[in-house]
Design a protein around this ligand. Structure first.
Ligand SMILES: [Zn+2]
Length: 304
């Protein structure tokens, strides 16, 4: 049974639900309230949504109105890569810090689970149903491990932005299809970069941190000083004929920042790349020691 929020009453103090069945007839349900539930029941900023009654439990939806985003005093611009978010913190027109949130273990987790699925399929090739079930289980485990890691990364980025009262700039990843070999495509598309952005965005809304997404076109190939667009995107260092040179990922984040700043021309932050100093990188989210895999493959050993 499902009831909308006007159709029932919840005594938040005592955890009793009152449901009118028909005129003059109510039923009352006493909930088992744990400390976990208490946290939500006592939070008066949360309003109640619909109620779902199941044979073994009651589900009460709660709503929260996100706070108004603060007026940013600085910008954190981040380029999303396979193993890290790399970027700069800009205050006024000065780059205050080069920042990085690393997640090198995500691709390790992915390759481990991918290898396990391949193995399972080979081993259970005579029994497709079992193979399917076991592969699905592997998939869930992979999903949970990566999800956990991405939440950690997102929290680190958001705490940093909140502390610096920053707006976050990310690239808009929709519609991007990397054209590389089949193997590379699996690697790139499998890494859920969009999912990481989604996590950052909804957590940011929850905490009142402004987020802007910009078109990443040419961000990896453009020189932010002279505007020249290069043909190649190879190498770890971006070097331009005008004398500008910087880490390629950092260069991309500066381009994203400029795109974001030019979008809101009036009052937007104008950034002078000449003011850039090669600062020490601030690590927001560190290189976690990759946990040894219980059924580790040779691939893992080679990587750790
Ligand atoms: Zn240049």
């Amino acid at each position: 049974m499902k009831a909308e929020n006007q159709a029932y009453k919840l005594d938040r103090e005592n955890g009793i639900i009152d449901l009118p069945i028909r005129a003059g007839l109510h039923i009352q349900l006493g909930l088992i309230v744990s400390d976990y539930h208490r946290r939500y029941l006592d939070d008066k900023s949360l309003s109640l949504g619909s109620l779902t009654l199941l044979p073994d439990r009651v589900v009460v939806a709660i709503r929260k109105r996100p706070p108004k985003a603060y007026a940013p005093e600085s910008i954190v611009s981040l380029d999303t890569n396979e193993r890290s978010l790399d970027g700069v913190l800009v205050n006024e027109d000065r780059i205050e810090a080069v920042v990085r949130a690393e997640f090198p273990d995500v691709s390790v987790i992915q390759s481990v689970h991918h290898d396990r699925r391949m193995k399972l399929q080979k081993k259970k090739s005579h029994d497709r149903r079992t193979a399917k079930r076991l592969c699905a289980r592997e998939g869930m485990r992979e999903h949970h491990r990566i999800d956990y890691r991405m939440h950690e990364v997102a929290n680190a980025v958001l705490s940093f932005a909140e502390e610096k009262k920053s707006m976050i700039v990310l690239e808009n990843l929709t519609g991007i299809k990397p054209r590389m070999g089949k193997c590379m495509n699996r690697r790139i598309s499998a890494w859920p970069r969009r999912k990481l952005h989604q996590i950052i965005e909804y957590k940011a809304a929850w905490r009142g941190i402004p987020v802007v997404k910009v078109d990443p076109r040419y961000s990896s190939r453009k020189c932010p000083v002279c505007g020249r667009i290069q043909d190649s995107r190879k190498g770890t260092e971006f070097v331009c004929g005008c004398g500008w040179h910087v880490d390629r990922h950092i260069n991309a984040s500066i381009n994203l920042l400029q795109t974001a700043a030019s979008k809101k021309a009036a009052g937007g932050l104008r950034f002078d790349p000449g003011a850039f100093q090669h600062d020490v990188v601030t690590i927001l989210c560190g290189r976690n020691a990759v946990r040894s895999e219980p059924n580790g493959t040779s691939r893992i050993k080679a990587m750790t």
